[in-house]
Each structure stands twice: as C-alpha cells, then as structure tokens.
Write a new protein. Structure first.
Length: 155
C-alpha cells in the first residue's frame, strides 16, 4: 500500500518557484534636478514588456519579465522624468505537467507569480529616485497568451 502511495505522490504535478533574481536593472533621470522643479508634472508612460522562457535543466525553466518604462512629463514637452529598465527572472520547477499545458504555464502562471515582485521593485526604485512610487498596472497574462494563440491560428 505504501509503495502505491509513494508512486502516486511521484506522479503528482509539481509547479513551484525555485529562485527569483534580478538579471538587469537600470534607473535614469536625465533631467534631474530640473524635473523636480517643474510646476506641474503631468506624466505619460511608454511601457514595453517582453516575456522570455527557456529550459535550463530537466524540468527547470527560467521565466523572465523584461520591462522598460519611460515616464515623460506631458506638460513639459514630453521631457523624460525617468526611465526604468528591469529584467526580473525566476527558475520554476515543472514536473509531471502534461506537455500540452507547459506553454500556458510558462506564459501565464509563471509571470503571474513573478509580476507582483517585479512591480514592487520598480515602485521602490522610482521612490528611491526621488519620484512618487511608479505602480505598474496589473497585466492580463491570460489575455496576452490568448491573443498570441489567436494570431498563430489566423496566420
């Protein structure tokens, strides 16, 4: 009976974050201190997100969020207030997950676990740079994944 129980436990799907880390981080405020003296700051954000994943060992995948956010002052001829670039990554263990679900787990579930930590790092970085906390809006990774799949079907 215990051999059967152990065998069933070995066959259970496993999904967990093993390690989280920053691969690259940059903060620039090219117009400081002038940007702090502006009477009215009316920010506009140019935002770019790239998701990457790769198998690094059997059952271990690195998933990274590469984000560039450029915050501009609309009231001051789109002067750059600050630019944040981050590549934040984690290694995830995926075991006994059906092959047809791996891509969705890597493109949806892993980024959903990682993004709140990335958001906190960027928020603290903007605060440390002398600005209000920059809170990135939540990202609909399910919608992004579904759009990519639809585009593949249409092509």
């Amino acid at each position: 009976m215990s051999d059967q129980t152990e065998n069933q436990a070995e066959q259970q799907p496993v999904f967990r974050m093993q390690k989280m880390y920053i691969k690259d981080l940059s903060f620039e405020s090219p117009h400081a201190p002038k940007v702090f003296l502006a009477q009215k700051q009316d920010p506009k954000v140019d935002f770019d997100l790239k998701l990457k994943n790769e198998m690094v060992a059997e059952g271990n995948y690195e998933v990274s969020l590469a984000i560039t956010a450029k915050v501009l002052d609309k009231a001051n001829d789109d002067a750059v207030m600050f630019i944040v670039e981050i590549e934040h990554a984690a290694v995830f263990l995926l075991r006994n997950i059906p092959e047809e679900h791996i891509n969705r787990v890597l493109a949806v579930d892993c980024p959903l676990m990682l993004f709140p930590f990335t958001r906190q790092i960027v928020s603290q970085l903007s605060l440390d740079g002398g600005f209000m906390p920059f809170l990135m809006e939540p990202i609909n990774f399910v919608g992004l994944y579904d759009n990519v799949q639809k585009q593949k079907q249409d092509a």
